[in-house]
Design a protein. Structure first.
Length: 251
């Protein structure tokens, strides 16, 4: 986990297993039925963090600094990932059992300067214990992540950037260093990313022959998605099987 130095960062805490974000090869499309569990695990992580930040706001912002909130969020998510956060969608381990992985920030927004730059966190060398921040463009994010993951990451960071720029324009940049801004703005950012991710999951699930829901949208205006149990079943429908089924029904 990156130990912040002089930078004041609003972290996306786009938390997922570190491995997918560490790979810089051209990403898969994440458009196969077998990709549904991975996307749903992302959703579970994002919704866990949203609920955590909202609970802190409801408690009156009980943490002293953005840094302490960041560290607490990482610890809480790590514990949840090692527990039963994923339920029936727990990722398999190469050695058997499940592999919860470790939470780490992947991207963030620098709030210390008025350009509110987007950065990526990575280890410069395999032996490095800490992550360092490097400037990155939205186009580069899209080269590193498949479309659904890039879309929700950029929606999250776009929320930070807009709020950061607005604060600087209003000459209220001091607020960017407060725990209240950090918690409130991350709550908004998680909501933006979750909306995008739920839409992607619902769309792919429909292509994988999900029968749908009685209600297309939830009360918070985000798309209804299959249950984890349904996701596990739908993941067995490869694109090839779905295409074959569609052809058969047209005959």
């Amino acid at each position: 986990m990156k130990r912040l130095s002089s930078l004041c960062l609003s972290l996306s805490l786009s938390m997922a297993l570190w491995a997918p974000f560490a790979a810089h090869a051209t990403p898969a499309n994440c458009d196969d039925c077998s990709d549904l569990p991975s996307l749903y695990r992302e959703l579970l992580e994002q919704e866990f963090l949203l609920a955590l930040f909202q609970s802190w706001a409801a408690q009156g912002y009980p943490l002293a600094t953005p840094k302490s909130a960041q560290d607490a969020a990482v610890a809480r998510l790590n514990a949840a990932m090692a527990g039963n956060l994923y339920g029936v969608l727990a990722p398999p381990s190469p050695g058997g059992g499940t592999a919860p992985g470790t939470a780490a920030p992947s991207f963030g927004t620098v709030t210390e300067t008025s350009d509110c730059a987007l950065v990526e966190y990575r280890r410069d060398r395999p032996a490095d214990k800490e992550l360092t921040a490097h400037p990155v463009t939205p186009a580069e994010v899209r080269k590193k992540l498949c479309k659904p993951k890039a879309d929700f990451t950029l929606a999250h960071e776009g929320t930070h950037k807009a709020s950061c720029e607005a604060a600087w324009k209003a000459k209220d940049d001091k607020s960017l260093k407060t725990v209240k801004w950090y918690i409130d703005n991350d709550s908004q950012a998680y909501q933006a990313g979750i909306k995008v991710l739920r839409e992607a999951i619902a769309s792919l699930a429909a292509k994988c022959k999900w029968s749908g829901s009685a209600n297309e949208f939830r009360r918070d205006k985000t798309k209804t998605v299959p249950t984890p149990e349904e996701i596990k079943s739908l993941a067995q429908n490869t694109k090839q099987k779905v295409s074959a089924l569609n052809r058969a029904t047209k005959k």
